[in-house]
Design a protein around this ligand. Structure first.
Ligand code: GLN
Length: 249
């Protein structure tokens, strides 16, 4: 009888320990980004920290929703692939909602409106809009909506770069004739080199940036949307727009 009691006690303790071990801890949500896309995400060269509109936004949302997030900086292509395979729970990097992407991942509600523009060297006066790009060397960042647009140009010699940083460098060095990029970001790259680069034509696509989420994590989308609503309602979104995007004409 006594033995049974001891055994019972021991099993209770063991059972309790197992339960405690399995108790839900606040899971870390892996959020991927591609920090070569100003003013949405870059690495601060002095501190080494990730900074930008998207970084502030995801941190503000995480705070509202009590989400414990870890931000991982990778390439744009790897970031989207990683959300597709659910290696990352989510990704924020000025990601445009597209039908193709919607087939392999979920999206939050949109938070910024964007579109594509053509950037050329100022010295190249022959290109006045995207209609003058046929047969030329046109670049964009691998896996982007800029790439989709570049590939639509008749007889184009499309040259992808791993980042927009490198694409604009290629343009300055004469390796390509034009870069197709998101308008707000294009203006930031032009601002670094205003004597050399310029936009031509008008913004020719209508895109919406949203947070991409692993296909099975519908609860996370709900929380992110709730967080987006809260940061809009309490004025945080407006503060971030003023802080990061106000310089955009
Ligand atoms: N908005 C573009 C896209 O989703 C580019 C985003 C980026 O380069 N970070 O493809």
């Amino acid at each position: 009888m006594k033995r049974f009691t001891y055994l019972g006690l021991i099993s209770l303790v063991v059972f309790g320990l197992i339960l405690a071990g399995c108790a839900p801890k606040a899971a870390t949500i892996k959020v991927a980004t591609e920090a070569l896309f100003p003013p949405f995400e870059t690495v601060d060269t002095t501190t080494g920290e990730l900074v930008g509109f998207d970084i502030d936004l995801i941190n503000a949302i995480a705070k509202k929703e009590n989400l414990n997030i870890e931000i991982i900086n990778t390439s744009f292509d790897a970031m989207l692939a990683g959300v597709g395979t659910c290696e990352y729970d989510a990704a924020i990097a000025g990601i445009s909602i597209t039908p193709d992407r919607e087939a392999s991942m979920l999206f939050s509600n949109p938070y910024v409106n964007a579109g594509q523009i053509v950037v050329v060297n100022k010295s190249n006066t022959a290109i006045k809009s995207k209609d003058d790009l046929a047969g030329l060397k046109v670049s964009a960042q691998l896996g982007t909506t800029g790439e989709i647009e570049a590939k639509k140009i008749p007889n184009v010699n499309y040259i992808p770069y791993d980042s927009y940083d490198l694409a604009f460098l290629g343009l300055e060095n004469g390796q390509v004739d034009a870069v197709i990029a998101d308008y707000i970001t294009a203006l930031q790259f032009i601002a670094k080199n205003p004597d050399k680069l310029t936009t031509v034509g008008t913004v020719f696509t209508d895109e919406s940036y949203a947070i991409a989420v692993c296909k099975t994590e519908t609860d996370l989308v709900t929380k992110l949307n709730d967080g987006i609503t809260k940061v809009i309602d309490d004025g945080t979104m407006n503060t971030l727009v003023q802080k990061w995007l106000a310089a955009t004409p």
